[in-house]
Write a protein that binds this ligand. Structure first.
Ligand code: 2BA
Length: 109
C-alpha cells in the first residue's frame, strides 16, 4: 500500500479530485499554505495499491498545470531618505509536488 501526497494549485484541486473519482480512486483534499508564497494551495492524499501509483501520477500530471507567479520581496532596512522600489520576482509554481510513501498498515472500519 502507498500514500501519495500531492501539493497542487487550489484552482486545479477540484478537477483533480473529480478525475480521480471518475477512475475510482478515493482521495482527501486538505487546504494548505505554501511556505514560500504564503498563499493557499491544496494537498491531496491518495491511499492506493502500489501497482496503481503510476496511473495516479499520470492523472495528477494531466490535471495540474504549472503557473508563473510574482512575489514582492520584503523591503530591506532602508537608511533615512532612501527610496525603495520593490521589483516583483517571478517564480514557477507546480504543476504538482508529489511524494509517494510506503504505508505500513491501512484499515477501514
Ligand atoms: P511555496 O512554498 O509557496 O512555493 C511556491 C513556489 O516558489 C515553488 O513552486 C518554487 O518555484 C518557489 N520557491 C519555493 N521556495 C523557494 C525558495 N526558497 N527560493 C526561491 N523560490 C522558491 P513549487 O516548487 O512548485 O512548490 C509549490 C508548493 O509545493 C510550495 O509552495 C509548497 O507548498 C509545496 N512544496 C514544494 N516543495 C516542497 C517540499 N520539498 N516539501 C514540502 N512542500 C513542498
Amino acid at each position: 500500500m502507498k500514500l501519495i501526497i500531492s501539493i497542487v494549485h487550489s484552482d486545479d484541486a477540484d478537477t483533480l479530485v473529480r478525475a480521480l473519482q471518475q477512475k475510482g480512486y478515493r482521495s482527501t483534499r486538505i487546504s494548505t499554505t505554501g511556505g514560500f508564497l504564503r498563499e493557499g494551495n491544496a494537498t491531496i492524499l491518495i491511499g492506493t495499491e502500489a501497482e496503481k501509483v503510476d496511473e495516479i501520477l499520470g492523472i495528477i500530471q494531466e490535471n495540474c498545470h504549472a503557473r508563473t507567479q510574482f512575489v514582492s520581496p520584503l523591503p530591506p532596512v532602508a537608511e533615512a531618505g532612501e527610496l525603495y522600489i520593490p521589483r516583483p520576482v517571478e517564480v514557477q509554481v507546480g504543476g504538482a509536488i508529489v511524494f509517494v510513501l510506503d504505508v505500513e498498515r491501512a484499515e477501514r472500519y
